[in-house]
Design a binder for this molecule. Structure first.
Ligand code: URA
Length: 434
């Protein structure tokens, strides 16, 4: 078997065998196959597609390409949650404490952001002292004592994905259903939880812009999770505009805290209650999703989830006083406003453009080597459907580099489309697949 033959076979539209997929993943992970041949195969896969069986084989080979985590020292049904990526998506910091406060053990690995989507690990690092890298035993101990731990994903989990994702990112082969499904599910299946709740984003700020594509991706990942013996649920949610009002790092942690205080934006609160309700159900602490949601609502109202967030921050050496004193977060020295130039309604607020503006203000990375400004970001003062008057503040943009912030203001202005008619608002939660 040679890589040349495998590339030619997929190029000509034929189905690959399990052995051929295994040969590719094993060879690429262990550096016997070089980037140029891997890139050619990825493009052939992107253009010709993989059927369900090929996607399952690819996922399984990627899952086995690195370490797999054993969470058996933690009693109970461990539940993981994953979002396919969006702008302003700070839900992990809200749903993990909500589910943990209801007795669901959360042992989660999260990623850093690249491009216009932020990563939970970067956001958590804006909490002074917070450690995102723990020894395996400390991670397990924290889940057993506090009820939850969230750490950075190491390169050892689904090692092939780490290399392949970086290659896909620069060869225009990211937004393919089979490649996304195998990337996400290989990591989730290697991370050791018993059940998985997936938040599959759709719309202009998501990899899957069309709702039917997001739904097909959700169906495929649910099938793959179930075939591996894990209860798997996918929620299809809107990502045409950013989630909540805060986009960045420390500002998103502050918005997550506000949400756990019961003072969060409506959209993020609704999504967090839906997802955590499903996690509580998947974790067998509720007999129906509706009962799970009621339990999540109670954990929010009573302040138990907020207390759980504090215990989690302290458990990972962070300063829990941030919950009551936002001045302890890194501060921005430069603040600017994007102002409406006309009267009307916000017809559209482009998630991707706001994500890019936040990145350019300093909150995100264009390359893996970039350092980020944890204080930089955007607060949206108006969202889709809101009425605006000329001179109203649409958004506040902040950071520590004047030129970057000024550039981001111009980009943020372009993300707002203002017109005379009141637009229809897309439902946030489109479908639940289980
Ligand atoms: N998130 C992932 O982890 N992988 C993809 O391919 C896309 C989104």
């Amino acid at each position: 078997m040679t890589m040349y033959e495998i590339i030619a076979k997929k190029r000509d539209g034929h189905k690959l065998s399990q052995d051929e997929i295994e040969f590719f993943i094993d060879g690429y992970t262990n550096e016997r196959i070089m980037d140029y041949q891997a890139s050619a195969l990825l493009m052939a896969m992107f253009l010709r597609g993989l059927d369900e069986e090929e996607t399952f084989w690819l996922t399984d080979a990627m899952r086995r390409s690195g370490e797999t985590v054993d969470l058996s020292p933690i009693p109970g049904v461990k539940v993981d949650k994953h979002s396919t990526g969006g702008v302003g998506d700070k839900t992990t910091l809200i749903v993990a404490p909500l589910a943990a406060a209801c007795g669901v053990p959360i042992a989660k690995m999260s990623g850093r952001g690249l491009g216009f989507t932020g990563g939970t690990v970067d956001k958590m690092e804006s909490i002074p002292g917070f450690r995102t890298s723990l020894e395996p035993q400390e991670f397990l101990d924290l889940v057993n004592t506090v009820g939850m731990s969230v750490i950075g994903q190491t390169a050892h989990i689904a090692a092939a994905d780490k290399k392949l994702y970086a290659l896909r990112d620069v060869t225009a082969t990211v937004d393919n259903m089979s490649l996304i499904a195998s990337s996400i599910m290989s990591k989730k299946l290697a991370s050791g939880s018993d059940a998985i709740v997936l938040d599959v984003k759709t719309g202009g700020g998501a990899f899957m812009e069309k709702e039917e594509d997001a739904e097909a991706l959700g169906i495929l990942m649910v099938k793959m999770g179930k075939a591996s013996g894990k209860k798997t649920i996918a929620v299809i949610t809107d990502m045409n505009q950013p989630l909540g009002n805060a986009v960045g790092n420390s500002v998103e942690v502050i918005e997550a805290i506000e949400t756990l205080k019961g003072q969060g934006p409506e959209d993020i609160t609704e999504l967090a209650l839906t997802l955590s309700g499903l996690m509580i159900y998947a974790g067998e602490k509720a007999s129906t999703p509706a009962e799970g949601r009621t339990m999540a609502e109670e954990a929010l109202k009573s302040g138990r989830a907020l207390a759980k967030l504090g215990d989690f921050i302290e458990g990972q050496s962070g300063d829990r006083r941030v919950i009551d004193d936002y001045g302890l977060f890194p501060q921005a020295t430069i603040r600017r406003q994007a102002v409406a130039g006309e009267d009307g309604f916000v017809q559209r607020l482009e998630a991707r453009a706001i994500g890019m503006a936040s990145q350019h203000a300093g909150a995100g990375r264009a390359t893996k080597e970039d350092t980020i400004d944890l204080a930089a970001g955007i607060i949206l003062c108006k969202k889709t459907g809101d009425a605006v008057k000329k001179g109203d503040v649409l958004a506040e943009i902040f950071g520590n580099d004047e030129a970057k912030v000024d550039g981001a203001v111009k980009e943020a202005m372009k993300a707002f489309h203002i017109g005379l008619n009141e637009p229809e608002i897309e439902p946030l939660i489109k479908k639940i697949l289980m």
